[in-house]
Design a protein around this ligand. Structure first.
Ligand code: GAL
Length: 417
């Protein structure tokens, strides 16, 4: 916190600090990566709710799923001493910035508003560093979803697959009928999302926990080999234009009937909704194959920077209070495809997929099936996640690489950290 405060003071002395001007006109400048059509709808819901309280949301949006580009911009702005009021970030970034003392302590607000009673108990420990609340959770997503185009499945007489064997059989049928089975954006995190779903499917939640814990026996196991064998099979089910494609363009392929399936977190649902598609009619949402009882979660947080300005702090506090308002929690989740981070809400307002997610999380909690996402920075620090990202993306685009090679590359990569 001190470094930013010093930088901010220095910048102000040179007349460079825009933030105090922002604060004076009651606004918050938020750096985020919600730039797809559906994501922008979510931002609009927050903006409107905040505007109703007299605070303007100023956009500092940086495109790129999972926020890798946005985090880069944030690092530059912090280094330059010109932080935004706040930023969207996942759990691991929140912890990393907080450990450097860069985030505002929200404890007084948390205490005043009873966050401990409101926020889902299962995620609370991720927000406390040295006994201080370092961010406010905004919304919860699930990464292990399978989205499908109902008409295309009907065309080949298929039901949504419950296992990877079923998926492969349907994908072969689709391919034979000239239909691209899997819409995929060839970007490293999108390969990563496939990987975490397949790990849970093949090994179960406890096996996944062992992988997250760096258990070498689990990493080198036959189960992990079978995980990569399945990822290798998926290479044959994507179209030639997959490399580099953004996730929302892959979702559009399922929406438009150019591909049958996509494995993607529930932010994809916002794109279906924006296109006027109805769950259960035009498209379907089921857990990714073999993960029906499991819930791979991730949370988007807002963390705030110390701008040394009372009005700026008040605007930040108002935003934090706004996002935790039970009505705003649901309004935002409806637009964004996510579920609320508090329990005291009217979940019946969510659509069918949202309600399924809400129920699935509760049920998975009773069977110990709730696990944090690796590739959306809930489970592991950036360095470890980076090893998995490198290996799975190289593996996907290198057919000569065997599953054993992939597992060995993970062991080597982790060993070098
Ligand atoms: C996730 C993020 C979601 C969603 C998605 C695609 O990492 O938590 O809110 O936006 O990326 O951009």
């Amino acid at each position: 916190m001190r470094r930013i405060a010093l930088n901010v003071t220095a910048a102000a002395a040179f007349g460079l600090l825009a933030s105090s001007a922002l604060a004076a006109d009651k606004s918050v400048e938020m750096l985020h990566f919600w730039t797809s059509g559906g994501e922008a709808e979510g931002v609009r819901a927050l903006k409107d709710a905040l505007a109703a309280k007299g605070i303007e949301w100023k956009d500092a949006a940086v495109a790129g799923g999972t926020g890798a580009n946005a985090y880069q911009v944030l690092r530059s702005r912090l280094a330059a001493g010109t932080p935004p009021s706040g930023a969207q970030m996942h759990i691991q970034e929140t912890l990393a910035w907080a450990n450097q003392g860069l985030l505002r302590d929200l404890s007084p607000l948390a205490e005043k508003d009873g966050w401990r009673k409101e926020i889902l108990p299962a995620i609370q420990s991720n927000y406390e560093v040295d006994g201080k609340w370092v961010a406010v959770p905004v919304t919860m997503h699930r990464s292990n979803w399978l989205w499908y185009n109902s008409a295309l499945l009907m065309k080949v007489g298929a039901e949504p697959p419950k296992s990877w064997d079923e998926f492969n059989a349907i994908a072969d049928k689709l391919k034979a009928a000239g239909i691209t089975p899997l819409a995929l954006g060839g970007q490293n995190w999108q390969y990563g999302d496939l990987l975490e779903s397949v790990i849970v499917a093949k090994g179960g939640a406890d096996f996944y926990r062992k992988i997250v814990a760096g258990d070498l026996e689990a990493i080198k196991s036959d189960t992990m080999i079978s995980v990569f064998d399945q990822i290798a099979k998926l290479r044959g089910y994507v179209d030639a234009n997959s490399p580099g494609r953004d996730w929302n363009l892959a979702t559009a392929m399922v929406i438009n009937g150019e591909a049958a399936f996509q494995i993607m977190g529930d932010w994809a649902k916002a794109e279906f909704a924006l296109a006027g598609k109805k769950p259960g009619i035009d498209y379907g949402c089921v857990a990714s194959p073999g993960t029906d009882k499991d819930f791979i979660w991730l949370v988007d947080n807002f963390a705030f920077f110390n701008l040394n300005d009372k009005a700026a702090e008040e605007a930040q506090n108002t935003l934090a209070e706004t996002v935790l308002d039970p009505k705003v929690q649901v309004d935002f989740a409806i637009k964004k495809g996510s579920i609320p981070v508090i329990d005291n809400v009217d979940a019946t307002r969510l659509d069918a997929c949202g309600q399924k997610s809400y129920e699935d999380r509760k049920n998975a909690a009773t069977t110990n099936g709730v696990v944090p996402s690796i590739f959306h920075n809930a489970a592991l620090p950036a360095a470890q996640t980076g090893v998995y990202l490198d290996v799975v993306s190289e593996f996907f685009v290198t057919p000569s690489m065997t599953s054993k090679d992939a597992v060995e590359a993970i062991v080597t990569g982790l060993g070098q950290l």
